[in-house]
Write a protein that binds this ligand. Sequence first.
Ligand code: 1HN
Length: 370
Amino acid sequence: MTAENDDTMLGRARVSDTPELTAYYGELAGLEAGALWTVANEIEPWFPQPKSVPVLWRYEELRPLVHKALDLVKADDAGRRVVMLVNPGRKDVSAAAGLLYTGLQIMGPGEAMTAHRHQAAALRFVQEGTGAWTIVDGQKLKVGARDFAITPNGTWHEHGNDSDDAPVIWQDGLDIPLVNALDAGFYEVHPDLYQTPGKVINSSVLTYGGNLLPYGVEKWTRPYSPLLAYPWEPTYAALRDLAKTTDGSPYDGVIMEYTNPLTGGSVMPTMSAHMQLLRPGQATRAHRHTGSVIYTAAKGHGVSVIAGQRFAWKQGDIFCVPSWAWHEHENLDQSEDACLFSFNDFPVMRSLGFFREEAYTANDGHQPVT
Ligand code: 1HN
C-alpha cells in the first residue's frame, strides 16, 4: 500500500460520506463554498502528480503534416503557421508538458511575417532550412540548422525565410501555459506591422558571442540575455571540449546551459535551455526533479526511459519529461556521439524555491522498463 491511499493514516483527510454530510456539501455548494476535507488529499499530494504524460513526437511523422500546412494556410492568416505538440494530459492548456508549449513552425521560401509582441517568452531551435531570419527588437538574426535563439517576453518579433527554394522548419518553445495560468497574458501587433532592422546582422552574437565582456557598448539592464542567438558550431565545439576535461553528469552526460553572458544565469527569467552530449554507447543513470523538460534530438540516435517507458529517438524527434518523472538517456551509436537540445522551466522552479532533485539508487541507477 502506498502512502497516498492509506486511509488509516492520521493527519490526512479520511471522512466518509453520510446522508447528513452529503446534504451539508450541497448547502455549501449553494453558497459557492466547499469542505476542504473532500479535496484536501487531491490538492495537496504527497509528491507532484503531473497530468502530463511522457510523449515522443517523431519528426519523420510530423514533417509531412507540417509541410501540408504550407499549402493549407497563409502564414499571416494563421498568425503563425505552426503545428503544436499537445500532451494528451494537457490539451486544455495547449501544453507539451507542464506549463511549457512547443510547436513546429514552417516558413516557405521568400515568406515574411508581421511583427508582434506578447507577455509570453519564446525560444527557437532550428530543425531544417538555411534561410531563416528573425528580427527581435530591431536586431536581425540569421539562424541555421541546430541554432538556438531567444525572443524574450515583450520584445517585438517577426520572422521570415530568405531562401528561394527550401522551407524552414523551426521549433518554437514558449511559456504561454505559465503566463495563462497566472492570468498575465498580453498581446500586441506592431503599429507599423514591420520593424526596421539595424544594419548589422546578428549584432548581439558579434558583441557578446566571444567569451569576452565588451566595453563601450550600451549598459544592459534587461532581465534576459543580451545574446539573442547561439549558433550550433561553437555550441557543439564547447561540448566536445568539455568532454575532454570531465566525465560530466551521471544523469545527463556532458551538459551545458545556454547562458546570459553577463550573469552566467539562464537566458530568460522563465525558461532555460541546455545542449548535452552523450558519448558513443553512453547510458546515463536515472534521476528525477521538479520542473518539466522538452527535449529535441539534435544529433544521432538513442533511447530514453521516462517513468519506466522506453522511447527510441533520432535526430529531429521531440520528447517530454514531466515534472518528477524518472528519466535516463542512452546513446545507441557505438562510434558517434549524440546530442540532445532541451528547454525547461527550471528558472521558475528555482526562483520560487520549488526545485528538488533525486537520484534513482536501486538497480545500478536504471529503472525497470514496463
Ligand atoms: C508566437 O509569437 C510565435 O512569434 C510562435 O513565431 C508560436 C505560439 C503562441 C503564441 C505566440 C512566433 C506562438 C507565438
